[in-house]
Design a protein around this ligand. Structure first.
Ligand code: GLY
Length: 339
């Protein structure tokens, strides 16, 4: 087990890598903790929850709504949760998002920690403090930015992960490589999906590397005024596609990254789109799809990243060097119509 303590603007988070779930009672007082998980994680790991106060939510992005949070609030009241209570989200991105958001508003804010169980949760969703819910087709439209006090990484949770979930997680790893880390991109290119996935060592190293990449960016710009925007590479178009077509997150942002590469070619003469497409392809991600353009453009016009008539779009100058570029909505509309 390795512990890493990271300072943010108002708080600190402790990361426990390569740890065991049995560490949890040493991090929190069991009597004052409530675990939140979903039906899927419970089914695969039921014995781990023995002896804990537990709230089980339905699995899936469609339940990441204010309605679920309202029900959760009532259950917390029934449990007698108070300001001394710690909420612990044990699950993928939906669970950590709901838990972090609920903990930030329950009694105006209580302590929380995460045990991410999916690759996507481990390398992305559980890190950074942005937690919230969707409103209809608008993803993460309501939420808070507040850091968990700890993250416990027990890689054994990955053993029950479905193929589609591995692919989702790798999409965010490829994103980090594209915007910030050419060496990691080359490693993904060279080693490939099957070899990495089969090796506990490679997966563990990759998780830790990606946690550090994301954490560094968030520490520099927790409230997303600058560099943190880079993490939205592939996410502007991706989020719109994700909720309209109910696509898995990884597939949606893969399509978003492919489109962003093409736009990078037009704006920055980026010439490596094919290398990015080949890596996405090798990791089982889609790079081409038909979609209802007017509907998607309409959603982009309401995106959180829009400022007046421009949108902050993340492009690549080269592999490993992302750049945020303001693009007039009209230009974006024209580009999307030509896809
Ligand atoms: N919770 C995800 C993020 O803060 O980016």
């Amino acid at each position: 087990m390795r512990k890493l303590s990271c300072k943010f603007s108002y708080s600190k988070s402790d990361y426990y890598f390569d740890a065991n779930f049995s560490l949890l009672p040493k991090l929190v007082d069991k009597k004052n903790a409530v675990l939140i998980t979903d039906e899927n994680v419970l089914m695969n790991h039921s014995t781990r929850f023995n002896g804990w106060k537990l709230i089980v939510l339905k699995s899936g992005e469609e339940h990441k709504t204010q309605e679920t949070v309202d029900r959760l609030m009532n259950e917390l009241i029934e449990f007698g949760a108070d300001r001394q209570t710690t909420l612990i989200g044990v699950g993928g991105g939906v669970i950590t998002d709901i838990t972090g958001y609920a903990a930030s508003i329950y009694m105006r804010g209580i302590n929380f920690g995460f045990v991410p169980t999916s690759l996507l949760g481990m390398v992305d969703a559980a890190i950074g403090g942005k937690n919230g819910v969707d409103v209809g087709v608008y993803k993460n439209m309501v939420g808070t930015i507040r850091q968990p006090s700890f993250l416990l990484y027990d890689y054994r949770f990955l053993e029950s992960l479905a193929d589609s979930e591995w692919i989702n997680g790798f999409a965010e790893i490829i994103k980090h490589a594209c915007i910030l880390d050419i060496a990691m991109f080359r490693m993904l290119e060279k080693t490939g999906f099957d070899k990495i996935r089969r090796s506990k060592k490679l997966v563990g190293d990759l998780v830790e590397k990606n946690v550090r990449i994301k954490t560094r960016i968030v520490q520099k710009d927790e409230f997303e005024k600058g560099d943190r925007r880079l993490l939205n590479f592939g996410h502007t178009l991706g989020h719109a596609l994700e909720n309209v077509y109910r696509l898995p997150h990884g597939q949606a942002i893969s399509l978003g990254m492919t489109a962003a590469c093409e736009l990078s070619h037009l704006i920055f003469s980026f010439n490596d789109s094919q290398r990015v497409i080949d890596v996405l392809d090798n990791f089982g991600l889609p790079t081409d799809a038909e979609f209802d353009k007017p509907r998607i453009i309409d959603i982009l016009k309401k995106d959180k990243k829009k400022e007046k008539q421009e949108i902050n779009y993340v492009l690549l100058e080269k592999i490993g060097k992302g750049r945020v570029q303001k693009i007039p909505i009209r230009q974006l509309e024209k580009f999307i119509n030509q896809l």
